[in-house]
Design a protein around this ligand. Sequence first.
Ligand code: SF4
Length: 176
Amino acid sequence: MLVEEGFEPIICWTNPNIQPADEHGRRLEELRRWTAMMDIPLIEAHEDYAAWEHSVAPIGAHERERRCRACYGLRLAEAVRVAEAEGFGHIATTLAVSPYQLFETCNDVLTRLAAAHGLTPVIRDFRPWYPEATRRSRELGMYRQNYCGCRFSAAEAALDRIRLRDERRAAKQAKR
Ligand code: SF4
């Protein structure tokens, strides 16, 4: 979509939110493999794990919007820093591609950070392509994460799976 619009995307990886370390490594390896295959430049930016623990983790499990806003802010601030240092004019994010993300919050954070650094935010809604992206990644045998990244999201996703399983069981029993 961005390529069709005339952009030449460069991907910036900065995800100090992903836990545990094995999961972080698996996702980064997959991105390295995919960008190499697609011939897309990849910048591996700084990841401030201590800042994430200091400024995001204390918000905890009960205030998801505030926690994710802080998390997007930390990661996008680094991406904006890199974009400015590299002399880029525009910045977009893939963080809100998944329908499970907080689309409005993420784009609000990106818009504010971009404006503060003289960059043009490229805000697009990629969510309608999410099923297609899922299908293609399965075809390519890519690793697929089943939670956003932090330990809170791992617990939230596990609870969601249990809730969905229970709802399916209840629906089956109701049909009997
Ligand atoms: S759910 Fe995702 S965006 Fe929100 S704090 Fe956790 S890792 Fe960050």
